[in-house]
Design a protein around this ligand. Sequence first.
Ligand code: NAP
Length: 302
Amino acid sequence: MTAQIIDGKALSQRLRVGFRERVERLKARGVSPGLAVVLVGDNPASRVYVGNKIKACEECGVHSLHIGLAADVSEAEVLATIERLNRDAGIHGILVQLPLPAHIPIARVLEAISVHKDVDGFHLYNVGALVTGTSIFPPCTPYGVQLLLDTTGIDVAGKNAVVVGASNIVGKPMGLMLLQREATVTICHAKTRDLAQHTILADILIVAAGKPGLIVPQMVKEGAIVIDVGINRLPDGRIVGDVCFDAVKEKASWITPVPGGVGPMTVTMLIENTLRSAERAFKAADEDEFQDWEAPVVKSPD
Ligand code: NAP
């Protein structure tokens, strides 16, 4: 069997056409959707990611505000910046590019973002909402994977879904989303014993470990759907995923390439969440439900 390719780039482009229409509808009602991207320091990879996000905003007609802060900025200044953005009615989404310098506590920064503008979906409130299946802003990468799975037309319910990788931003939320869709979910991580014993049972295999060559055909069930989230730069400069693509595609029924699979979807879902936020804000203002956009404050334990 040779797998059909799940083309994330093409799906992203289709979605972005619809986004431009939604932006026009919002603008016609006096709302210009806005995303603020906060970058602390000058990590070169982060600069590239931020650049891609700003470019996607431009492509879709979303206003973007790039805020660059010095690597030695104080925690108080980062929190004050977020507070300003929380109060800015022209900003519907706030994203703080991770990682942050070691002296800035990530949890406190993420929890300072208004839950109504938490378009990355990393605030504890939105993480909790994901557990109960009521998330407003699903985290972008697993959200994109969900849409890629939808393109196969295969119903996730009742399938064995195995997620390799248990990070807070990809693996864990991915597992929760699949569970919400009634898959039987296994989440594997670096301490999982005999990884292949789990992956071989997967009807749906999602790999997000950041280890090139981790998944070889012997670990994949015939006819499985394989989604490769990994992005790894090899010493020769090539970008590859975690799955041995050429060999595994001969066994899978569907597979995502790297690049061109999950990557473009992550940025696209960020725009989706930003538009959703702007639409919610418009609806709320219209129905006079909310007088202001102050977030309910959810404090993290000290
Ligand atoms: P991360 O925070 O480093 O987490 C990696 C996870 O994989 C951890 O849970 C780790 O287990 C697990 N793991 C590592 N080696 C393993 C092994 N040999 N077997 C099983 N599990 C293993 O990384 P991340 O942020 O989730 O990202 C994962 C990959 O996805 C990276 O390549 C990243 O670049 C890529 N990524 C891509 C996108 C996209 O848009 N396509 C978005 C985000 C991330 P422990 O928890 O036990 O350490």
